[in-house]
Design a protein around this ligand. Structure first.
Ligand SMILES: Nc1ncnc2c1ncn2[C@@H]1O[C@H](COP(=O)(O)OP(=O)(O)O)[C@@H](O)[C@H]1O
Ligand SMILES: [Mg+2]
Length: 400
């Protein structure tokens, strides 16, 4: 590491909010008067530095100015006051599909995009196979990108961005649309980037990932910098402050089943019985499954599983293994599973739920990643990993 690679110096950015609808240039010109607008500061006097070779996270609620700040760093937007200084080649993955020419094929877009990012035709010829392979969309590479799904845009965009070997890589939230296997490969790439002395700036809502991956982080709120420092500290502060607001926001829920019993809601409750999305290692967690069935169903089994955002299953449990017999289910109600001491270390986790027949063969309803929660280090503090074991060290033993 040798000093600072990005300097954000007292940056403010103002947007104009026009009060009249359908404000067109023509209407303004024809009427010959100024249009009326309100000023709105999306960034207010933001300053921090990012050290070379580090991974930096940006956190904050929707609308707090994260994307605006990334665009200022990428020089797509010019701040109204202050300035941003960067050193070296910069690649940015900001909005979905930005930088792509819709009518051109994926292959042609690799050349177009790659050359904008500073690679020569020769370099691109050499990298082409590797770019296509990492994107994982070989079959579609000669189709116009306008036919691509959002996941395919992200895969191709990310693959191009890493192959131009930028000194600085800016990544907005878009990686969340990829599947978990692709996300994992992206995380590996970030780690490689860091190891080779490159700098990554990342916006994400996955607090566990940010905490693990980033050296430092900055927290924006209504365009103002609330804090900047070690990622673990900033993420913890942010989670405490915003726990109630973060209760829901996992994307589309995948679900299936025959529907004789439906899980209508899933709630995560803390020690005090309050709905929460923030827990601590060693504290209790109650997971409540609300159900509804219109006709009686005999001997159903409720189950749930907890996994990491990368899809690693950490735990699963169902009522049959738990010794709970439900002879018949009818109407509405709920069932709780109680974890007395949560043995997960700090991170972000997803809960999946199911209700099946006694044999666990017939699925009435299953919902994947229906709730997301964060865990913070609590009374049980262990150094690293996914699970806590509440282990202890015996005193040092000297001699044979
Ligand atoms: N081009 C624009 N014109 C007007 N307002 C904008 C523009 N871009 C962003 N904003 C506003 O600026 C604020 C910050 O937006 P953004 O940087 O996208 O936040 P975040 O990425 O943290 O969700 C929001 O209130 C948003 O509506
Ligand atoms: Mg944004």
């Amino acid at each position: 590491m040798s000093g600072t690679v990005i300097t954000v110096d007292q940056v403010s950015k103002r947007f104009k909010l026009y009060s009249e609808r359908n404000q067109s240039l023509k209407a303004t010109v024809v009427r010959g008067k100024r249009s009326t607008y309100k000023e709105f500061w999306a960034l207010k006097d933001v300053s921090f530095e990012i050290p070379e070779g580090s991974t930096f996270g940006l956190i904050g609620e929707n609308g707090s100015g994260k994307s605006t700040l990334l665009k200022c760093i990428a020089k797509i937007l010019t701040p109204d006051t202050g300035k941003v200084t960067t050193r070296g080649r910069l690649a940015a993955l900001l909005e979905l599909g930005s930088g792509f020419h819709q009518e051109l094929s994926g292959r042609d877009n690799i050349y177009l995009n790659g050359s904008i990012l500073g690679l020569t035709r020769k370099e691109l010829d050499r990298q082409l196979d590797s770019i296509i392979a990492f994107s994982g969309i070989e079959e579609f590479i000669d189709q116009p990108v306008k036919n691509y799904s959002s996941g395919m845009y992200v895969r191709l965009g990310f693959s191009i961005a890493i192959h131009v070997e930028p000194d600085i890589l800016l990544v907005d939230e878009i990686l969340a649309v990829g599947d978990t296997a692709f996300q994992r490969r992206c995380m590996e790439k970030f780690a490689e980037f860091r190891a080779s002395g490159r700098t990554v700036v990342l916006v994400s809502h996955a607090m566990g990932t940010l905490r693990d991956m980033c050296d430092n982080a900055a927290w924006l709120q209504h365009g103002e910098l609330i804090g900047v420092g070690p990622a673990s500290t900033i993420v913890d502060d942010y989670m405490i402050e915003t726990a109630e607001d973060r209760i829901e926001s996992t994307s589309e829920i995948q679900q299936s089943g025959s529907g004789q019993v439906l899980i209508t809601d899933v709630e995560l409750l803390d020690d005090r019985g309050a709905v929460s999305s923030l827990f601590r290692t060693g504290e209790s967690q109650r997971i409540r499954l609300h159900y509804n069935c219109t006709k009686p169903v005999h001997t159903p089994v409720f189950g749930l599983a907890v996994q990491t955002l990368e899809g690693v299953r950490l735990w699963a449990h169902h009522t049959r293994d738990g010794g709970i017999d439900i002879p018949v289910l009818d109407g509405e109600g709920y069932i709780d599973v109680v974890v007395d001491k949560l043995m997960l270390q700090a991170g972000t986790f997803d809960v999946s739920v199911s209700v099946t027949d006694w044999a666990r063969q017939h699925i009435y309803h299953v919902m994947h990643d229906v709730k997301r929660f964060d865990v913070q280090a609590g009374s049980i503090r262990e150094s690293d990993g996914l699970v806590a074991q509440n282990a202890r060290w015996d005193p040092l033993h000297r001699g044979a």
